[in-house]
Design a protein around this ligand. Sequence first.
Ligand SMILES: Nc1ncnc2c1ncn2[C@@H]1O[C@H](COP(=O)(O)OP(=O)(O)OP(=O)(O)O)[C@@H](O)[C@H]1O
Length: 557
Amino acid sequence: MLLLGSCITLMFPFLTQKLIDEGVNAKNLNLITILLLAQTTLYLGSIFIEIIRNWLVLYIGSKLSISIISDFLKKLLYLPFVFFDSRMIGDFSQRIQDNERIEQFLTSQSLLTFFSMFTFSVFFGVLWFYDFKILLVYLALTSISIVWSLYWLRKKKILDYFKFQEKSRNQESIYEMINGITEIKLNQFEDYKRQEWESIQQKLFAVNTRILKNDQIQTSGYELINQIKNIIVTFLAATFVVHGKMTLGELLSVSYIVGQMNAPVNQLIVFFRSLQDATLSLERLNEVQEHPVEDEKLSENKNIIHKENSSELAIQLSNVSFQYEGPMSPYVLEDINVSIPRGKITAIVGASGSGKTTLLKLLLKFYNPTKGEIHFEGKKIEEIPAINIRENCGVVMQDGFIFSDSIERNIATKDLVIDEQKLRVATKIANLENFIENLPLQYKTKIGSSGNGLSGGQKQRILIARSVYKNPHFIFFDEATSALDSENEKTIHDNLQEFFKGKTVIIIAHRLSTVKNADQIIVLRNGKVTEQGNHKELVEKNGEYFNLVKNQLELGN
Ligand SMILES: Nc1ncnc2c1ncn2[C@@H]1O[C@H](COP(=O)(O)OP(=O)(O)OP(=O)(O)O)[C@@H](O)[C@H]1O
Protein backbone atom coordinates (compact mmCIF):
# COMPACT_ATOMS: atom_id res chain seq x y z
CA MET A 1 0.00 0.00 0.00
CA LEU A 2 2.81 2.31 1.05
CA LEU A 3 4.80 1.39 -2.03
CA LEU A 4 1.80 1.88 -4.29
CA GLY A 5 1.11 5.30 -2.79
CA SER A 6 4.66 6.42 -3.33
CA CYS A 7 4.78 5.05 -6.88
CA ILE A 8 1.67 7.04 -7.71
CA THR A 9 3.22 10.20 -6.26
CA LEU A 10 6.38 9.40 -8.18
CA MET A 11 4.52 9.38 -11.49
CA PHE A 12 3.15 12.93 -11.19
CA PRO A 13 6.37 14.78 -12.09
CA PHE A 14 6.94 12.51 -15.10
CA LEU A 15 3.41 13.13 -16.31
CA THR A 16 3.85 16.90 -15.89
CA GLN A 17 7.06 16.77 -17.86
CA LYS A 18 5.49 14.71 -20.68
CA LEU A 19 2.45 17.01 -20.70
CA ILE A 20 4.57 20.09 -21.30
CA ASP A 21 7.33 18.68 -23.46
CA GLU A 22 5.44 16.19 -25.66
CA GLY A 23 1.88 17.48 -25.31
CA VAL A 24 1.91 21.29 -25.21
CA ASN A 25 5.14 21.85 -27.18
CA ALA A 26 4.20 19.30 -29.85
CA LYS A 27 0.61 20.65 -29.92
CA ASN A 28 -0.69 17.09 -29.47
CA LEU A 29 -4.21 17.54 -27.98
CA ASN A 30 -4.89 13.78 -27.86
CA LEU A 31 -1.79 13.16 -25.78
CA ILE A 32 -2.71 16.07 -23.52
CA THR A 33 -6.18 14.56 -22.94
CA ILE A 34 -4.78 11.09 -22.25
CA LEU A 35 -2.15 12.48 -19.88
CA LEU A 36 -4.70 14.59 -18.00
CA LEU A 37 -7.04 11.59 -17.71
CA ALA A 38 -4.13 9.51 -16.43
CA GLN A 39 -3.36 12.24 -13.92
CA THR A 40 -6.99 12.32 -12.73
CA THR A 41 -6.99 8.53 -12.27
CA LEU A 42 -3.73 8.69 -10.34
CA TYR A 43 -5.12 11.51 -8.25
CA LEU A 44 -8.22 9.47 -7.35
CA GLY A 45 -5.95 6.51 -6.57
CA SER A 46 -3.86 8.59 -4.24
CA ILE A 47 -6.99 9.86 -2.43
CA PHE A 48 -8.10 6.27 -1.92
CA ILE A 49 -4.68 5.27 -0.61
CA GLU A 50 -4.68 8.26 1.76
CA ILE A 51 -8.06 7.13 3.15
CA ILE A 52 -6.77 3.60 3.79
CA ARG A 53 -3.56 4.99 5.32
CA ASN A 54 -5.54 7.14 7.80
CA TRP A 55 -7.63 4.16 8.88
CA LEU A 56 -4.46 2.17 9.37
CA VAL A 57 -2.92 4.94 11.51
CA LEU A 58 -6.09 5.16 13.61
CA TYR A 59 -6.27 1.40 14.11
CA ILE A 60 -2.61 0.90 15.07
CA GLY A 61 -2.68 4.14 17.10
CA SER A 62 -5.68 3.09 19.17
CA LYS A 63 -4.26 -0.37 19.82
CA LEU A 64 -0.95 1.12 20.95
CA SER A 65 -2.53 3.83 23.06
CA ILE A 66 -4.78 1.40 24.93
CA SER A 67 -1.82 -0.85 25.60
CA ILE A 68 0.39 2.03 26.86
CA ILE A 69 -2.24 3.55 29.16
CA SER A 70 -3.42 0.19 30.40
CA ASP A 71 0.19 -0.77 31.25
CA PHE A 72 0.60 2.54 33.04
CA LEU A 73 -2.59 2.07 35.08
CA LYS A 74 -1.68 -1.51 35.86
CA LYS A 75 1.63 -0.34 37.25
CA LEU A 76 0.11 2.64 39.05
CA LEU A 77 -2.52 0.56 40.84
CA TYR A 78 0.12 -1.78 42.22
CA LEU A 79 2.36 0.92 43.66
CA PRO A 80 2.64 1.22 47.44
CA PHE A 81 0.67 3.82 49.42
CA VAL A 82 3.83 5.83 50.14
CA PHE A 83 4.01 6.69 46.45
CA PHE A 84 0.54 8.24 46.53
CA ASP A 85 1.12 10.04 49.84
CA SER A 86 3.60 12.47 48.40
CA ARG A 87 1.82 13.35 45.16
CA MET A 88 -1.03 15.60 44.17
CA ILE A 89 -3.99 14.48 42.05
CA GLY A 90 -3.06 17.14 39.48
CA ASP A 91 0.37 15.60 39.09
CA PHE A 92 -1.16 12.19 38.33
CA SER A 93 -3.67 13.42 35.79
CA GLN A 94 -0.94 15.45 34.10
CA ARG A 95 1.21 12.33 33.91
CA ILE A 96 -1.66 10.42 32.32
CA GLN A 97 -2.09 13.20 29.78
CA ASP A 98 1.65 12.90 29.23
CA ASN A 99 0.97 9.35 28.17
CA GLU A 100 -0.91 10.75 25.22
CA ARG A 101 2.23 12.50 23.97
CA ILE A 102 4.07 9.19 23.89
CA GLU A 103 1.15 7.47 22.22
CA GLN A 104 0.93 10.26 19.66
CA PHE A 105 4.61 9.96 18.95
CA LEU A 106 4.55 6.20 18.60
CA THR A 107 1.47 6.14 16.41
CA SER A 108 0.81 9.11 14.20
CA GLN A 109 4.18 10.80 14.34
CA SER A 110 6.42 7.81 13.82
CA LEU A 111 4.14 6.25 11.22
CA LEU A 112 3.69 9.52 9.36
CA THR A 113 7.42 10.13 9.45
CA PHE A 114 8.04 6.64 8.18
CA PHE A 115 5.66 7.27 5.26
CA SER A 116 7.18 10.69 4.66
CA MET A 117 10.72 9.35 4.68
CA PHE A 118 9.70 6.78 2.13
CA THR A 119 8.22 9.47 -0.11
CA PHE A 120 11.33 11.58 0.50
CA SER A 121 13.69 8.82 -0.60
CA VAL A 122 11.62 8.20 -3.74
CA PHE A 123 11.81 11.89 -4.69
CA PHE A 124 15.44 11.93 -3.66
CA GLY A 125 16.07 9.29 -6.34
CA VAL A 126 13.98 11.17 -8.88
CA LEU A 127 15.82 14.46 -8.22
CA TRP A 128 19.14 12.63 -8.54
CA PHE A 129 17.90 11.36 -11.89
CA TYR A 130 17.15 14.96 -13.00
CA ASP A 131 20.20 16.75 -11.67
CA PHE A 132 22.82 15.84 -9.07
CA LYS A 133 23.97 19.44 -8.46
CA ILE A 134 20.45 20.59 -7.60
CA LEU A 135 20.16 17.62 -5.26
CA LEU A 136 23.42 18.58 -3.50
CA VAL A 137 22.32 22.21 -2.98
CA TYR A 138 18.97 20.98 -1.76
CA LEU A 139 20.57 18.58 0.73
CA ALA A 140 23.08 21.14 2.09
CA LEU A 141 20.41 23.75 2.80
CA THR A 142 17.98 21.19 4.21
CA SER A 143 20.67 19.99 6.64
CA ILE A 144 21.26 23.57 7.81
CA SER A 145 17.52 24.04 8.41
CA ILE A 146 17.33 20.79 10.41
CA VAL A 147 20.35 21.71 12.59
CA TRP A 148 18.80 25.14 13.23
CA SER A 149 15.51 23.55 14.32
CA LEU A 150 17.20 21.02 16.59
CA TYR A 151 19.16 23.79 18.33
CA TRP A 152 15.94 25.61 19.29
CA LEU A 153 14.19 22.39 20.19
CA ARG A 154 16.84 21.69 22.83
CA LYS A 155 16.16 25.11 24.36
CA LYS A 156 12.50 24.18 24.64
CA LYS A 157 13.25 21.27 26.94
CA ILE A 158 13.54 23.26 30.17
CA LEU A 159 10.42 25.28 29.27
CA ASP A 160 8.49 22.05 28.88
CA TYR A 161 9.45 21.10 32.43
CA PHE A 162 8.13 24.41 33.81
CA LYS A 163 4.96 24.01 31.79
CA PHE A 164 4.36 20.54 33.23
CA GLN A 165 4.65 21.91 36.77
CA GLU A 166 2.19 24.72 36.15
CA LYS A 167 -0.23 22.42 34.35
CA SER A 168 -0.18 20.01 37.31
CA ARG A 169 -0.89 22.90 39.67
CA ASN A 170 -3.68 24.02 37.37
CA GLN A 171 -5.32 20.58 37.44
CA GLU A 172 -4.89 20.35 41.19
CA SER A 173 -6.50 23.74 41.68
CA ILE A 174 -9.58 22.81 39.61
CA TYR A 175 -9.83 19.44 41.33
CA GLU A 176 -9.69 21.10 44.73
CA MET A 177 -12.35 23.66 43.82
CA ILE A 178 -14.79 20.98 42.68
CA ASN A 179 -14.03 18.60 45.53
CA GLY A 180 -14.04 21.28 48.18
CA ILE A 181 -17.10 23.13 46.90
CA THR A 182 -19.04 22.67 50.15
CA GLU A 183 -16.31 24.13 52.34
CA ILE A 184 -15.57 26.84 49.78
CA LYS A 185 -19.18 28.01 49.80
CA LEU A 186 -19.60 27.66 53.54
CA ASN A 187 -16.48 29.67 54.27
CA GLN A 188 -16.67 32.23 51.44
CA PHE A 189 -13.42 30.91 50.00
CA GLU A 190 -14.62 31.45 46.39
CA ASP A 191 -12.69 34.61 45.51
CA TYR A 192 -9.45 33.47 47.11
CA LYS A 193 -9.54 30.13 45.31
CA ARG A 194 -10.41 31.74 41.97
CA GLN A 195 -7.59 34.27 42.35
CA GLU A 196 -5.22 31.44 43.22
CA TRP A 197 -6.27 29.74 39.96
CA GLU A 198 -5.77 33.02 38.05
CA SER A 199 -2.26 33.39 39.42
CA ILE A 200 -1.46 29.86 38.17
CA GLN A 201 -2.83 30.92 34.77
CA GLN A 202 -0.53 33.93 34.75
CA LYS A 203 2.47 31.70 35.35
CA LEU A 204 1.23 29.30 32.68
CA PHE A 205 0.83 32.24 30.31
CA ALA A 206 4.39 33.38 31.05
CA VAL A 207 5.76 29.92 30.25
CA ASN A 208 3.62 29.73 27.11
CA THR A 209 4.96 33.11 25.98
CA ARG A 210 8.52 31.87 26.32
CA ILE A 211 7.63 28.68 24.44
CA LEU A 212 5.93 30.65 21.67
CA LYS A 213 8.95 32.95 21.34
CA ASN A 214 11.24 29.95 21.10
CA ASP A 215 8.95 28.26 18.53
CA GLN A 216 8.66 31.41 16.44
CA ILE A 217 12.42 31.87 16.23
CA GLN A 218 12.74 28.24 15.23
CA THR A 219 9.99 28.27 12.56
CA SER A 220 10.91 31.68 11.12
CA GLY A 221 14.55 30.66 10.71
CA TYR A 222 13.50 27.34 9.25
CA GLU A 223 11.11 28.96 6.77
CA LEU A 224 13.75 31.51 5.74
CA ILE A 225 16.33 28.81 5.01
CA ASN A 226 13.64 26.87 3.19
CA GLN A 227 12.72 29.81 0.95
CA ILE A 228 16.39 30.53 0.21
CA LYS A 229 16.73 26.88 -0.75
CA ASN A 230 13.70 27.07 -3.08
CA ILE A 231 15.02 30.25 -4.74
CA ILE A 232 18.51 28.80 -5.27
CA VAL A 233 17.09 25.55 -6.67
CA THR A 234 14.76 27.46 -9.03
CA PHE A 235 17.63 29.75 -10.06
CA LEU A 236 19.87 26.76 -10.80
CA ALA A 237 17.14 24.97 -12.77
CA ALA A 238 16.28 28.16 -14.69
CA THR A 239 19.98 28.64 -15.54
CA PHE A 240 20.05 25.05 -16.89
CA VAL A 241 16.97 25.77 -19.04
CA VAL A 242 18.54 29.00 -20.35
CA HIS A 243 21.71 27.07 -21.24
CA GLY A 244 19.59 24.37 -22.86
CA LYS A 245 20.66 21.69 -20.41
CA MET A 246 17.09 21.23 -19.18
CA THR A 247 13.66 21.45 -20.79
CA LEU A 248 10.86 23.66 -19.43
CA GLY A 249 8.93 20.52 -18.48
CA GLU A 250 11.91 19.25 -16.51
CA LEU A 251 12.11 22.62 -14.69
CA LEU A 252 8.45 22.38 -13.69
CA SER A 253 9.00 18.79 -12.67
CA VAL A 254 12.03 19.70 -10.52
CA SER A 255 10.03 22.51 -8.82
CA TYR A 256 7.26 20.03 -8.13
CA ILE A 257 9.70 17.50 -6.69
CA VAL A 258 11.39 20.08 -4.44
CA GLY A 259 7.94 21.19 -3.25
CA GLN A 260 7.03 17.59 -2.51
CA MET A 261 10.32 16.98 -0.67
CA ASN A 262 9.66 19.90 1.70
CA ALA A 263 6.68 18.20 3.32
CA PRO A 264 8.68 15.16 4.54
CA VAL A 265 11.38 17.49 5.92
CA ASN A 266 8.70 19.46 7.79
CA GLN A 267 7.38 16.17 9.04
CA LEU A 268 10.88 15.24 10.19
CA ILE A 269 11.09 18.41 12.30
CA VAL A 270 7.65 17.70 13.78
CA PHE A 271 8.92 14.18 14.45
CA PHE A 272 11.95 15.48 16.37
CA ARG A 273 9.74 17.82 18.37
CA SER A 274 7.36 15.01 19.13
CA LEU A 275 10.30 12.72 19.99
CA GLN A 276 11.60 15.26 22.48
CA ASP A 277 8.14 15.72 24.03
CA ALA A 278 7.70 11.98 24.23
CA THR A 279 11.15 11.50 25.81
CA LEU A 280 10.38 14.13 28.46
CA SER A 281 7.02 12.54 29.16
CA LEU A 282 8.63 9.13 29.28
CA GLU A 283 11.10 10.36 31.90
CA ARG A 284 8.14 11.50 34.02
CA LEU A 285 6.31 8.26 33.46
CA ASN A 286 9.42 6.28 34.29
CA GLU A 287 9.16 7.66 37.77
CA VAL A 288 5.99 5.60 37.96
CA GLN A 289 7.18 2.68 35.86
CA GLU A 290 10.48 2.30 37.71
CA HIS A 291 9.05 2.60 41.18
CA PRO A 292 9.03 -0.85 42.76
CA VAL A 293 5.55 -2.31 43.14
CA GLU A 294 4.36 -3.58 46.50
CA ASP A 295 6.08 -6.80 47.57
CA GLU A 296 7.87 -7.26 44.27
CA LYS A 297 9.98 -10.12 45.57
CA LEU A 298 7.29 -11.98 47.49
CA SER A 299 5.33 -14.81 45.99
CA GLU A 300 1.64 -14.83 46.78
CA ASN A 301 0.44 -16.95 49.65
CA LYS A 302 -3.31 -16.99 49.76
CA ASN A 303 -3.59 -18.98 52.96
CA ILE A 304 -2.13 -16.80 55.64
CA ILE A 305 -4.78 -18.14 57.99
CA HIS A 306 -4.01 -21.74 58.94
CA LYS A 307 -7.14 -22.77 60.79
CA GLU A 308 -5.93 -26.24 61.83
CA ASN A 309 -2.77 -25.38 63.67
CA SER A 310 -3.24 -21.70 64.29
CA SER A 311 -2.00 -20.35 67.57
CA GLU A 312 -4.03 -18.24 69.95
CA LEU A 313 -2.26 -15.13 68.83
CA ALA A 314 -3.41 -13.71 65.52
CA ILE A 315 -1.22 -10.62 65.42
CA GLN A 316 1.80 -9.64 67.47
CA LEU A 317 3.48 -6.23 67.47
CA SER A 318 6.93 -6.20 69.09
CA ASN A 319 8.69 -2.89 69.82
CA VAL A 320 7.04 -1.27 66.81
CA SER A 321 7.90 2.36 66.11
CA PHE A 322 6.88 4.37 63.07
CA GLN A 323 7.72 7.70 61.41
CA TYR A 324 5.87 8.88 58.33
CA GLU A 325 8.54 10.98 56.69
CA GLY A 326 12.00 9.63 57.35
CA PRO A 327 14.43 9.89 60.25
CA MET A 328 13.86 13.60 60.93
CA SER A 329 10.08 13.33 61.32
CA PRO A 330 8.40 12.71 64.68
CA TYR A 331 7.56 9.22 65.92
CA VAL A 332 3.84 8.67 65.36
CA LEU A 333 4.06 5.28 67.10
CA GLU A 334 6.75 4.41 69.62
CA ASP A 335 7.76 1.08 71.05
CA ILE A 336 4.38 -0.61 70.70
CA ASN A 337 4.06 -4.10 72.18
CA VAL A 338 0.61 -5.47 71.59
CA SER A 339 -0.86 -8.95 71.13
CA ILE A 340 -4.12 -9.34 69.24
CA PRO A 341 -5.81 -12.59 70.27
CA ARG A 342 -7.41 -14.82 67.66
CA GLY A 343 -11.19 -14.77 67.42
CA LYS A 344 -11.52 -11.93 69.92
CA ILE A 345 -12.48 -8.26 69.74
CA THR A 346 -9.77 -5.70 70.44
CA ALA A 347 -10.67 -2.03 70.77
CA ILE A 348 -8.17 0.78 70.34
CA VAL A 349 -8.99 4.07 72.02
CA GLY A 350 -7.10 7.30 72.47
CA ALA A 351 -7.27 10.99 71.77
CA SER A 352 -7.31 12.33 68.23
CA GLY A 353 -3.87 12.09 66.64
CA SER A 354 -2.65 9.45 69.09
CA GLY A 355 -1.80 7.07 66.23
CA LYS A 356 -4.77 4.67 66.14
CA THR A 357 -5.34 4.81 62.39
CA THR A 358 -1.60 4.63 61.76
CA LEU A 359 -1.45 1.41 63.76
CA LEU A 360 -4.19 -0.08 61.61
CA LYS A 361 -2.38 1.03 58.46
CA LEU A 362 0.77 -0.76 59.60
CA LEU A 363 -1.23 -3.96 60.08
CA LEU A 364 -2.64 -3.57 56.56
CA LYS A 365 0.89 -3.07 55.22
CA PHE A 366 0.23 0.44 53.95
CA TYR A 367 3.61 1.23 55.49
CA ASN A 368 6.43 -0.78 57.01
CA PRO A 369 7.36 -0.14 60.65
CA THR A 370 10.44 2.03 61.11
CA LYS A 371 11.57 -0.21 63.96
CA GLY A 372 10.29 -3.43 65.48
CA GLU A 373 8.37 -6.34 64.05
CA ILE A 374 4.81 -7.31 63.27
CA HIS A 375 3.86 -10.98 63.10
CA PHE A 376 0.68 -12.06 61.34
CA GLU A 377 -0.32 -15.61 62.17
CA GLY A 378 3.21 -16.20 63.42
CA LYS A 379 4.76 -14.99 60.20
CA LYS A 380 6.75 -11.78 59.78
CA ILE A 381 4.60 -9.24 57.98
CA GLU A 382 7.46 -8.45 55.55
CA GLU A 383 7.24 -12.02 54.30
CA ILE A 384 3.52 -11.86 53.52
CA PRO A 385 2.42 -10.06 50.36
CA ALA A 386 0.16 -7.10 51.19
CA ILE A 387 -2.51 -8.42 48.86
CA ASN A 388 -2.82 -11.61 50.92
CA ILE A 389 -3.22 -9.66 54.14
CA ARG A 390 -5.79 -7.35 52.62
CA GLU A 391 -7.87 -10.11 51.04
CA ASN A 392 -8.20 -11.62 54.50
CA CYS A 393 -9.32 -8.35 56.07
CA GLY A 394 -12.67 -6.57 56.02
CA VAL A 395 -11.78 -2.95 56.56
CA VAL A 396 -13.83 0.17 57.07
CA MET A 397 -11.60 3.22 57.07
CA GLN A 398 -12.62 6.66 58.30
CA ASP A 399 -12.46 8.07 54.79
CA GLY A 400 -13.93 5.00 53.07
CA PHE A 401 -14.71 5.62 49.43
CA ILE A 402 -18.02 5.03 47.68
CA PHE A 403 -17.65 4.38 43.96
CA SER A 404 -19.82 5.92 41.33
CA ASP A 405 -21.67 2.67 40.60
CA SER A 406 -24.67 0.63 41.73
CA ILE A 407 -25.24 -0.18 45.42
CA GLU A 408 -24.63 -3.88 44.79
CA ARG A 409 -21.34 -3.22 43.01
CA ASN A 410 -20.29 -0.96 45.87
CA ILE A 411 -20.90 -3.82 48.28
CA ALA A 412 -19.63 -6.76 46.23
CA THR A 413 -16.72 -4.80 44.65
CA LYS A 414 -14.43 -7.33 42.95
CA ASP A 415 -16.90 -10.25 42.64
CA LEU A 416 -17.80 -10.33 38.97
CA VAL A 417 -20.83 -12.49 39.64
CA ILE A 418 -22.57 -11.09 42.69
CA ASP A 419 -23.70 -13.64 45.27
CA GLU A 420 -27.31 -12.62 46.01
CA GLN A 421 -27.42 -14.55 49.26
CA LYS A 422 -24.26 -12.89 50.62
CA LEU A 423 -25.51 -9.52 49.42
CA ARG A 424 -28.74 -9.88 51.36
CA VAL A 425 -26.94 -11.01 54.53
CA ALA A 426 -24.52 -8.07 54.26
CA THR A 427 -27.30 -5.51 53.78
CA LYS A 428 -29.27 -7.05 56.66
CA ILE A 429 -26.31 -6.85 59.05
CA ALA A 430 -25.56 -3.27 57.94
CA ASN A 431 -29.25 -2.41 58.45
CA LEU A 432 -29.56 -1.23 54.86
CA GLU A 433 -32.62 -3.26 53.89
CA ASN A 434 -35.23 -0.53 54.38
CA PHE A 435 -33.08 2.05 52.67
CA ILE A 436 -32.45 -0.14 49.62
CA GLU A 437 -36.07 -1.32 49.33
CA ASN A 438 -37.24 2.26 49.04
CA LEU A 439 -34.85 3.06 46.20
CA PRO A 440 -36.25 3.03 42.64
CA LEU A 441 -33.93 0.32 41.35
CA GLN A 442 -33.12 -1.23 44.71
CA TYR A 443 -29.69 -2.89 44.61
CA LYS A 444 -29.10 -1.66 41.10
CA THR A 445 -29.57 2.02 42.01
CA LYS A 446 -26.57 4.09 41.00
CA ILE A 447 -24.93 6.22 43.64
CA GLY A 448 -22.74 9.22 42.88
CA SER A 449 -18.98 9.30 43.09
CA SER A 450 -17.67 9.47 46.68
CA GLY A 451 -21.22 8.68 47.72
CA ASN A 452 -22.80 11.97 46.71
CA GLY A 453 -26.48 11.73 47.39
CA LEU A 454 -25.97 9.54 50.46
CA SER A 455 -26.02 10.58 54.07
CA GLY A 456 -22.92 10.06 56.21
CA GLY A 457 -24.64 7.19 58.01
CA GLN A 458 -25.78 5.54 54.76
CA LYS A 459 -22.21 5.71 53.43
CA GLN A 460 -20.89 4.06 56.58
CA ARG A 461 -23.53 1.34 56.37
CA ILE A 462 -22.56 0.57 52.77
CA LEU A 463 -18.91 0.37 53.85
CA ILE A 464 -19.86 -2.03 56.65
CA ALA A 465 -21.93 -4.12 54.23
CA ARG A 466 -18.89 -4.24 51.93
CA SER A 467 -16.70 -5.79 54.61
CA VAL A 468 -19.45 -8.17 55.74
CA TYR A 469 -20.01 -9.35 52.14
CA LYS A 470 -16.29 -10.07 51.91
CA ASN A 471 -16.60 -12.21 55.04
CA PRO A 472 -12.90 -12.45 55.90
CA HIS A 473 -11.27 -13.66 59.09
CA PHE A 474 -9.93 -10.27 60.15
CA ILE A 475 -12.18 -7.25 60.65
CA PHE A 476 -10.70 -3.78 61.13
CA PHE A 477 -13.15 -0.95 61.75
CA ASP A 478 -11.89 2.62 62.13
CA GLU A 479 -14.73 4.76 63.46
CA ALA A 480 -17.05 2.67 61.29
CA THR A 481 -20.23 3.69 63.08
CA SER A 482 -19.36 7.23 64.14
CA ALA A 483 -21.94 8.85 61.85
CA LEU A 484 -24.82 6.57 62.81
CA ASP A 485 -27.72 7.53 65.04
CA SER A 486 -27.91 5.58 68.28
CA GLU A 487 -30.83 3.40 67.12
CA ASN A 488 -29.08 2.37 63.92
CA GLU A 489 -25.82 1.90 65.76
CA LYS A 490 -27.44 -0.41 68.29
CA THR A 491 -29.09 -2.55 65.61
CA ILE A 492 -25.87 -2.84 63.61
CA HIS A 493 -23.84 -3.43 66.77
CA ASP A 494 -26.14 -6.31 67.75
CA ASN A 495 -26.09 -7.75 64.21
CA LEU A 496 -22.32 -7.55 64.11
CA GLN A 497 -21.84 -9.49 67.37
CA GLU A 498 -23.06 -12.62 65.58
CA PHE A 499 -20.94 -11.85 62.51
CA PHE A 500 -17.83 -11.20 64.64
CA LYS A 501 -17.99 -14.66 66.22
CA GLY A 502 -14.74 -16.54 65.60
CA LYS A 503 -13.21 -13.57 63.80
CA THR A 504 -10.26 -11.47 64.90
CA VAL A 505 -11.64 -7.96 65.21
CA ILE A 506 -9.95 -4.62 65.81
CA ILE A 507 -12.22 -1.64 66.38
CA ILE A 508 -11.17 1.97 66.73
CA ALA A 509 -13.97 3.92 68.35
CA HIS A 510 -14.77 6.85 70.55
CA ARG A 511 -18.16 5.63 71.70
CA LEU A 512 -18.31 3.61 74.89
CA SER A 513 -21.15 1.46 73.56
CA THR A 514 -18.82 0.15 70.83
CA VAL A 515 -15.81 -0.31 73.08
CA LYS A 516 -16.97 -1.62 76.39
CA ASN A 517 -17.80 -5.18 75.30
CA ALA A 518 -14.42 -5.70 73.68
CA ASP A 519 -12.29 -8.56 75.02
CA GLN A 520 -9.30 -6.28 75.12
CA ILE A 521 -8.94 -2.50 75.09
CA ILE A 522 -5.69 -0.77 74.13
CA VAL A 523 -5.23 2.83 75.15
CA LEU A 524 -2.91 4.95 73.01
CA ARG A 525 -1.49 8.34 73.89
CA ASN A 526 0.99 10.24 71.73
CA GLY A 527 1.87 7.04 69.90
CA LYS A 528 2.49 4.96 73.04
CA VAL A 529 0.42 2.25 74.65
CA THR A 530 -0.45 3.54 78.11
CA GLU A 531 -2.99 0.93 79.26
CA GLN A 532 -4.25 -2.46 78.22
CA GLY A 533 -7.05 -4.67 79.61
CA ASN A 534 -10.81 -5.10 79.45
CA HIS A 535 -13.36 -2.43 80.29
CA LYS A 536 -13.83 -3.52 83.90
CA GLU A 537 -10.11 -3.76 84.63
CA LEU A 538 -9.35 -0.41 83.06
CA VAL A 539 -12.18 1.43 84.78
CA GLU A 540 -11.02 0.02 88.12
CA LYS A 541 -7.51 1.21 87.36
CA ASN A 542 -8.87 4.75 87.40
CA GLY A 543 -6.22 5.93 84.93
CA GLU A 544 -6.07 7.07 81.29
CA TYR A 545 -9.01 4.95 80.08
CA PHE A 546 -11.12 6.04 83.03
CA ASN A 547 -10.48 9.68 82.13
CA LEU A 548 -11.17 9.08 78.46
CA VAL A 549 -14.38 7.35 79.35
CA LYS A 550 -15.33 10.14 81.69
CA ASN A 551 -14.55 12.90 79.19
CA GLN A 552 -15.35 11.41 75.80
CA LEU A 553 -16.87 8.00 76.02
CA GLU A 554 -19.93 8.81 78.08
CA LEU A 555 -19.14 6.76 81.21
CA GLY A 556 -21.93 4.68 82.54
CA ASN A 557 -23.75 4.22 79.23
N1 LIG B 1 0.30 10.53 55.70
C1 LIG B 1 0.80 11.13 56.79
N2 LIG B 1 1.96 11.80 56.72
C2 LIG B 1 2.48 12.40 57.80
N3 LIG B 1 1.90 12.39 59.03
C3 LIG B 1 0.74 11.75 59.17
C4 LIG B 1 0.12 11.10 58.06
N4 LIG B 1 -1.03 10.55 58.49
C5 LIG B 1 -1.14 10.84 59.82
N5 LIG B 1 -0.08 11.57 60.22
C6 LIG B 1 0.18 12.04 61.59
O1 LIG B 1 0.25 10.93 62.45
C7 LIG B 1 -0.35 11.21 63.69
C8 LIG B 1 -1.34 10.11 64.05
O2 LIG B 1 -2.40 10.13 63.13
P1 LIG B 1 -3.55 9.04 63.14
O3 LIG B 1 -4.43 9.31 61.98
O4 LIG B 1 -2.94 7.71 63.24
O5 LIG B 1 -4.29 9.41 64.50
P2 LIG B 1 -5.64 8.86 65.10
O6 LIG B 1 -5.34 8.46 66.49
O7 LIG B 1 -6.23 7.83 64.22
O8 LIG B 1 -6.53 10.17 65.08
P3 LIG B 1 -8.12 10.34 64.91
O9 LIG B 1 -8.77 9.76 66.11
O10 LIG B 1 -8.29 11.82 64.85
O11 LIG B 1 -8.47 9.65 63.63
C9 LIG B 1 -0.98 12.58 63.59
O12 LIG B 1 -0.14 13.50 64.28
C10 LIG B 1 -0.99 12.88 62.11
O13 LIG B 1 -0.75 14.24 61.88
